[in-house]
Design a protein around this ligand. Structure first.
Ligand code: IMP
Ligand code: MG
Length: 179
């Protein structure tokens, strides 16, 4: 399937599931090397990162713990600038090595919010893995430690990412095709 429609908007195939899985293998290999001894907690940012996190964890070969946090900043196809947070009851992160797993970093506001939150929780250290990164929209200096794919400014859906609630079930990633 090379095109799909969501809420009347047309999207075209952009990154296939096979490409995603291949990239995940490479990232997992590096994390296995760097973090196996650190007993990290994987902090999954819901909802978008649930599929990426599951496929990544499948390839990790050391014992780990998993926590979830739900954050949202998008309205339609644009970043709203404000972070909508739910359930930040994460006090068990203190003095731990935290690996944050995100679906996509756009302006970086959500990432910034998470970093600040982790600091107040006094984690031992934290690092960010994001499947997708939009360098031209990013507004901060510090980049995430691991990036799956750098992409243009366009809006994407699939493999966990949504457009107003729909499209998360798509196995590949699709990009918005402007009329
Ligand atoms: P930021 O705070 O602007 O970096 O936005 C990050 C959040 O916005 C991500 O965690 C996604 O939930 C959402 N988002 C950003 N870009 C896209 C996109 O192209 N498609 C779907 N969701 C997106
Ligand atoms: Mg997200």
């Amino acid at each position: 399937m090379s095109n799909t429609f969501i809420h009347t908007k047309k999207f075209e195939l952009y990154i296939t599931q096979a490409q995603i899985k291949q990239r995940i293998e490479a990232i997992a290999e590096e994390i296995n090397r760097q973090y196996a001894e650190k007993q990290p907690i994987i902090l999954v940012v819901l909802k978008g990162a649930f599929r990426f996190a599951a496929d990544l964890i499948e390839k990790l070969n050391f014992p780990l713990e998993i926590e979830f946090v739900r954050l949202a900043s998008y309205e339609g196809t644009e970043s709203s600038g404000k972070i909508l947070a739910q359930d930040l009851g994460l006090s068990n992160l203190s003095h731990r090595t935290v690996i944050v797993v995100e679906d996509i970093i756009d302006t970086g506001n959500t990432y910034q919010y998470i970093e600040a939150k982790l600091q107040t929780l006094q984690v031992a250290s934290s690092m960010m893995i994001t499947l997708l990164f939009k360098p031209n929209k990013y507004q901060f200096e510090k980049k995430p430690e691991f990036i799956g794919f750098e992409i243009p400014d366009d809006f994407v859906v699939g493999y966990g990412l949504d457009y107003d609630g729909l499209g998360r079930e798509l196995n590949d990633i699709y990009t918005l095709k402007e009329e």
